[in-house]
Design a protein around this ligand. Structure first.
Ligand code: PEP
Ligand code: MG
Length: 658
């Protein structure tokens, strides 16, 4: 039996999703294959799955043969279409293990622009930040193939040794995974390495070589280097980086065969810059990371596991320096700029001074901002200014809470609709909004109803071809025309409101009739739920102010709704008549233009006069250069990306001090 689907797993079947898919597949007796184009692999091998290179939005077929084939297909197709469905525990475990994002371009000037004449080697910027410290070389001896030919009667003992060595490495990895002090992100990485160590593809390839008469060490090196070469040749930097993981696992198995301990990082001095040709993620995750000030490697790139660990622990890193890494073996001091990937061996005094100053400034800012995490910023008159988070999925909850978000000012529901091949059911939506509300209760969570149009179609809704999709059938306009899409969302929101402080806002409103029609639908939904005996609660209804029409009728709108949230991203493009996606008119798409600022002020005044809350959830809400003006206008809620929260809290708190 087989079924095809479109993969909705973000970034495709990479390490962690592949691991989860394999775990699911192994729970069934049936033989299961995953087929892409005309290539098919066993769904029970994560190495093979990763080598299939399945990307998001690609079509694949799951084929199962056996007693439980129907259940297997149901579960695996379900995972591919909605990897985040499942228990709350699973979802939050995934959220905890979420990889820190690849480095964004730093706003801090790169050190090399200011220090001409100093020797510099450039690597890949893999984890941002500046570091300077004593160099600590980590160059474990290479394990070479013995190329020993076994006699016929040696083969079975050697195969036994091989099995033992695999088991030893798996046990050691299990012990690492059991360690209580392991960071969650590192746990995910070690689990992925263990998966490689347990993978049938690898064990069978090594066993086959031993059965052909090759010694076990050579067999492991042969098998791992073939699989690593397959990863290295793939057209995807993330999968290329998995070659290093396979080699690292192979090395551990060889060491177990040889009865040797690997070199370790226990002796690394505090504040040192670690220099290695190819450090395994497992070695790094087990190392005393609090003593490592920076990491420099000959191998690796921004998506390698070493980079992910470095980012998760805030350790600057430059990877992929190539053979020039060996020139650093004799170096005493290293300065490292993780924003640019530049490495300065034995820097001169002025370079060193510059780095020390930059590190000091960064650290001071980071530490100082932490103090604002739990601050409740207030205006001078004591009014609380809520600093909330903009979120697009449940996976982002923990980051927002860690930053100190005072609730959610914008939950974009589009992702929930785009992740599925069908429209998400009312129950699935209820569960999602409920988890969100519960996580932040009693703080408010503002959920925006579906804001989608012809520029971003989703399956289940046919959008007409439009000359100007940004001026077309989108947001509230589409929802009101499609009660079959809108009502399940409103019903789900009414049901979820029982579990926390849910508020709902409508996007793209340009006419008061849209608010009234939505209210009628909400009442209809509430009446239906009452008849069905389903628990539900009314929520505050607000509107996004993001069209010039909404600004002009703001005094009237304010009498009909509980709050405004100004969407400066769209408001700017519509006020300025400058497409927010068109770089040619980017100069005009400027929120600080007096026309846009006037629109914000008009809206805020209308809301304040009517006594309703006025917030902002467009990108401008997180800009510390504009926050003072917004607070002065009367905005009392600013919602932004979690990374801007502490800075915004500081900014508002300082305003109150005058
Ligand atoms: C906005 O338009 O400012 C907004 C927050 O909504 P989006 O960016 O999702 O259109
Ligand atoms: Mg918008």
């Amino acid at each position: 039996m087989e079924r095809s689907t479109i993969v909705r797993v973000h970034d495709g079947l990479h390490a962690r999703p592949a691991t989860r898919f394999v775990k699911l597949a192994k729970g069934f007796e049936s033989d299961i294959e995953l087929i892409k184009m005309d290539k098919s692999v066993s769904a029970k091998s994560s190495v093979k799955l990763m080598l299939l290179g399945v990307k998001e939005n690609e079509e694949v077929t799951v084929r199962a043969t056996g007693a439980d084939e129907i259940e297997a297909i149901e579960a695996l197709i379900g995972y591919l279409e909605d990897p985040h469905a499942g228990t709350a525990d699973e979802a939050s475990a995934e959220a905890r293990a979420a990889e820190p994002a690849a480095p964004v371009k730093s706003t801090v000037a790169s050190a090399d622009t200011i220090i001409p004449g100093t020797r510099k080697i450039r690597g890949v910027a893999a984890s941002e930040g500046f570091a300077i410290g004593p160099a600590f070389g980590f160059f474990p001896a290479e394990i070479k193939q013995e190329n020993r030919l076994l006699s016929q009667d040696e083969i079975s003992a050697e195969a036994g040794r091989l099995t033992q060595a695999f088991a030893t490495v798996q046990r050691r990895m299990d012990a690492s995974l059991d360690a209580t002090d392991l960071a969650e992100s590192d746990r995910g990485i070690i689990a992925a390495l263990k998966d490689i160590a347990c993978d049938d593809e690898l064990t069978r390839a090594a066993e086959a070589l031993v059965k052909d008469g090759m010694d076990a060490v050579s067999a492991v090196i042969g098998a791992t280097s073939r699989i690593a070469a397959d990863f290295a040749s793939m057209d995807d930097p993330y999968l290329n980086a998995r070659a290093d993981d396979v080699n690292a696992v192979g090395r551990q198995i060889c060491l177990a065969l040889l009865g040797q301990d690997d070199a370790n990082l226990d002796a690394i001095p505090s504040g040192a810059i670690l220099i290695a040709d190819d450090i395994g993620a497992w070695d790094l995750a087990r190392a005393p990371l609090n003593r490592i000030a920076g990491v420099i490697c000959g191998h690796g790139g921004a998506t390698s596991h070493v980079a992910i660990i470095a980012r998760a622990h805030g350790i600057p890193a430059a990877l992929g320096l190539g053979p020039s890494i060996h020139d650093l073996q004799e170096v005493k001091t290293i300065a490292l700029d993780g924003n640019s990937g530049d490495v300065f061996p034995d820097p001169d005094q002025s370079t060193a001074d510059r780095f020390h100053a930059q590190i000091g400034a960064e650290e001071t800012e980071r530490q100082a901002l932490k103090a604002y995490k739990n601050i409740i910023p207030k205006r001078a008159d004591g009014t609380i200014i809520e600093i909330a988070a903009n979120l697009g999925s449940l996976e982002e909850i923990e980051t927002a809470q860690e930053a100190g978000a005072m609730g959610v000012g914008l939950f974009r529901t589009e992702l929930l609709f785009m992740r599925h091949i069908h429209l998400p059911s009312e129950d699935l939506q209820t569960e999602t909004y409920m988890k969100l509300a519960t996580a932040f209760a009693p703080d408010p969570v503002i959920v925006r109803t579906l804001d989608i149009g012809g520029d971003k179609p989703i399956s289940g809704i046919d959008f007409p071809d439009e000359e100007n999709p940004f001026l077309g059938w989108r947001g509230i306009r589409m929802c009101l025309d499609r009660p079959d899409v809108f009502k399940p969302q409103l019903r789900a929101l009414l049901r979820a409101a029982v579990h926390g402080n849910i508020k709902v806002m409508l996007p793209m409103v340009s006419d008061i009739g849209e608010v009234r029609a939505t209210r009628r639908l909400i009442d209809e939904c509430a009446a239906e739920l009452a008849v069905e005996g389903k628990d539900h609660r009314q929520f505050d209804l607000g509107v996004m102010v993001e069209t010039p029409a909404a600004v002009m009728i703001a005094p009237m709108l304010a009498k009909e709704v509980a709050f405004f949230s100004i969407g400066t991203n769209d408001l700017t493009q519509y006020i300025m008549a400058a497409d927010r996606l068109n770089p040619t008119v980017a100069k005009l798409n400027d929120v600080t233009h007096p026309a846009v600022m006037a629109a914000i002020e008009l809206t805020t005044k209308a809301g304040v006069d009517a006594g309703i809350m006025v917030g902002m959830c467009g990108e401008a809400a997180g800009r510390v250069d504009l926050i003072p003006a917004f607070v002065k206008m009367g905005l009392t809620e600013l919602s932004m990306s979690p990374s801007s929260i502490q800075r915004a809290k500081k900014c508002v708190s300082e305003l109150a001090l005058g």
